[in-house]
Design a protein around this ligand. Structure first.
Ligand code: SF4
Length: 81
C-alpha cells in the first residue's frame, strides 16, 4: 500500500509524523459518506458506487474514527502500529 499522510490527529488511526496507520482507508465523496453507515468502510470498498466530484473539498476519508472511540469502531479496519 502507498503511504498515506494525514494531518487529522483526532483520528484513531493517526500516528506521529502525520502518518495514517490504518491498514486500509476508504476515500469517497462527502455526500456518500454522510449517507452510508459506519459499518460500510474500506473492507467493503467494492460495494461503493463511483462518486465523481469536482474538487478536493468534496471528498473525505470515510475511515476517520474519533480517537478514543475504542470498541465502538465498526469499520473493520485495523491499525498497523
Ligand atoms: S483513517 Fe483517514 S482521517 Fe484517519 S488518519 Fe487515516 S487518512 Fe487520516
Amino acid at each position: 500500500m502507498s503511504n498515506i499522510y494525514c494531518s487529522v490527529n483526532t483520528c484513531h488511526y493517526w500516528d506521529k509524523g502525520n502518518i495514517c496507520a490504518a491498514n486500509e482507508i476508504m476515500v469517497t465523496s462527502d455526500n456518500l459518506a454522510a449517507e452510508r453507515p459506519d459499518t460500510l468502510d474500506a473492507p467493503n470498498h467494492a460495494q461503493f458506487p463511483t462518486t465523481p466530484v469536482d474538487d478536493c473539498m468534496a471528498t473525505c476519508c470515510k475511515t476517520f474514527v474519533r480517537k478514543g472511540s475504542g470498541d465502538e469502531r465498526l469499520d473493520g479496519v485495523k491499525k498497523t502500529t
